[in-house]
Design a protein around this ligand. Structure first.
Ligand SMILES: NC(=O)c1ccc[n+]([C@@H]2O[C@H](COP(=O)([O-])OP(=O)(O)OC[C@H]3O[C@@H](n4cnc5c(N)ncnc54)[C@H](OP(=O)(O)O)[C@@H]3O)[C@@H](O)[C@H]2O)c1
Length: 485
């Protein structure tokens, strides 16, 4: 694996710990090697020391097993270069050839683009021009980090640049949400159980709510976030990916193209979003989160004091097909919300008739299935039950499944699963070209609608609250309410 951006934050926090845990669990072949590429003029030994520190600090399994690390670290190498320097690719090619000879890597290569998006096209171009993309035996694949473009046009341009060198089957566009156990479990829930799929449609489902809530602010990413906003940063990828998995038709098999065909069909069936009625944007002001006073978005580092960038977005979507016609899907994401919670909530319609005396029914809401993506990974189903006692009284109770207690093994990090899938040549959990472009088409529609309207008075929600009032109004107009996960 060649990591472009090996001195960066993603490599330290996610990639190196993921690779170490794959080695620990014996998923990597003995000769597996990493070549780190970045600007910082590290020696090979310095690179190993930094990566060892990263694994020690960020590995999900602790403490780090020194003998496993030692043998893994024998495969770590480093090439200091700028991404546009052709001589650097010569050095890289020589190192790759040497590793093929010395460690038996057989010409198989993953090129991981763990750097800023403005370099993706340059790296692809130089990999092509230098011949590194095609040299020798074995397969060549690339993993491309998010964001993949910032609108449809830039995504198409990036796809064109990539396809000048790599075929679509060699391209793995990462969305780490798809590597989460609970997201994959949505498919297992739906397609491995006989009882859910028959009711997974407009006849039984009242609506769905998909939430990606963060309690954090923008951390040190002000410069990036000012240009992105919540719609591009989370809605375009994580929220639309979750929606396509929860709403797709059952695939005939689990072949990557079959699954991705079904997902893209959902994206193509989403009705264009009317910003007047179906989209709300927000920005957080100062407030309190978990007992701590925090500044507003406009006071964050590298953010304009009159910034119009949205840190919250809520939408109502409709999917124009037989399964979902007229069933609303409410999607929201925001920063500085009261807590961190990602979930898919499926609200079923209420029972057509309750044959119990009205006074006996205490708080029975219709059935609700909540799939928790993080934290407390698992699922719960709300059902009505009889309160013990001589009279017939009902209340809603939970049937709960928690990953932690049902399986006494810790889930791997999403990056472990995804990096391994790429090495095994399985792109099922990666976004295909048409998926990404279709998602951008939807986002561009909303951006264009917003650009044509004066923005709401911002900030319009205090940090530590559940978003702007307009988002509540979006639901209340339909006689519904957001959940408070
Ligand atoms: N960090 C995360 O948790 C996270 C999560 C999800 C997605 N991502 C995505 O992952 C990618 C990387 O993010 P990051 O946070 O790791 O960024 P980062 O910390 O800024 O790292 C950037 C890396 O690229 C190298 N680099 C920059 N310009 C270069 C040049 N001209 N020539 C050679 N090397 C160059 C840097 O090298 P030097 O430092 O040596 O100059 C550094 O290794 C981004 O696309 C981001 O959106 C990151």
């Amino acid at each position: 694996m060649v990591i472009f951006g090996a001195s960066g934050d993603l490599t330290a926090r996610k990639l190196m710990p993921a690779l170490y845990n794959l080695a620990l669990n014996r998923y990597l072949p003995a000769g597996f090697s990493v070549i780190g590429v970045a600007l910082t003029p590290w020696t090979e030994q310095e690179f190993k020391t930094h990566m060892s520190e990263a694994a020690t600090k960020y590995s999900r399994t602790q403490p780090v097993d020194r003998s496993v690390w030692q043998s893994f670290a024998e495969g770590l190498h480093y090439v200091a270069m700028t991404f546009d320097d052709m001589d650097g690719y010569g050095k890289l090619a020589a190192t790759l050839d040497r590793l093929d000879r010395e460690r038996g890597t057989g010409g198989n290569r993953v090129f991981y683009f763990a750097t800023l998006p403005q370099f993706f096209a340059v790296i692809v171009d130089r990999l092509g021009a230098s011949g590194v993309a095609r040299a020798g035996e074995g397969w060549k694949r690339i993993i491309v980090e998010k964001p993949f473009g910032h609108d449809l046009k830039s995504a198409q341009e990036l796809n064109r640049a990539i396809h000048a060198v790599f075929t679509e089957r060699q391209v793995y566009r990462i969305d780490h949400y798809l590597g989460k156990e609970t997201v994959q479990n949505v498919m297992v829930f739906r397609f491995a159980n006989g009882i859910f799929e028959p009711i997974w449609n407009r006849r039984y489902v009242d609506h769905m709510q998909i939430t990606v809530a963060e309690d954090l602010g923008i951390e040190r990413r002000g410069a990036y976030y000012e240009k992105a906003g919540a719609l591009r940063d989370i809605f375009q990828n994580h929220l639309l990916q979750l929606l396509s998995i929860v709403a797709m038709e059952p695939p005939a098999n689990f072949d990557a193209e079959v699954v991705r065909d079904e997902k893209v069909k959902v994206l193509r069936s989403i009705h264009p979003i009317n910003v007047e009625t179906d989209a709300v944007r927000g920005q957080y002001g100062p407030g309190w989160v978990a007992g701590e006073q925090v500044v507003g978005y406009r006071q964050e580092d590298q953010v304009a004091p009159d910034s119009k960038t949205e840190t919250y977005v809520a939408t109502r979507l409709f999917i124009d097909n037989w399964r979902w016609a007229e069933t609303p899907f409410y999607l929201r994401t925001g920063k500085r919300l009261p807590n961190r919670a990602s979930e898919i909530a499926i609200q079923f319609k209420k029972a057509p008739h309750l044959p119990f005396a009205k006074t006996a029914v205490q708080d029975t809401s219709p059935n609700l299935l909540v799939m928790r993506i993080q934290p407390h990974e698992g699922a719960s189903l709300k059902i009505a039950a009889k309160i013990p006692g001589p009279v017939m009284r009902l209340r809603t109770v939970n049937m709960d499944f928690f990953y932690g207690s049902s399986f006494l093994i810790e889930s791997p990090d999403a990056y472990e699963r995804l990096v391994l899938d790429c090495m095994l040549g399985d792109p099922t959990l990666f976004a295909r070209e048409d998926e990404v472009e279709r998602a951008w088409t939807l986002v561009d529609g909303v951006e264009a609608g917003w650009a044509a309207q004066p923005p709401p008075a911002l900030p319009n929600y205090a940090a530590g609250t559940w978003g702007p009032e307009a988002a509540d109004a979006l639901m209340e107009r339909d006689g519904r309410r957001w959940r408070r996960p």
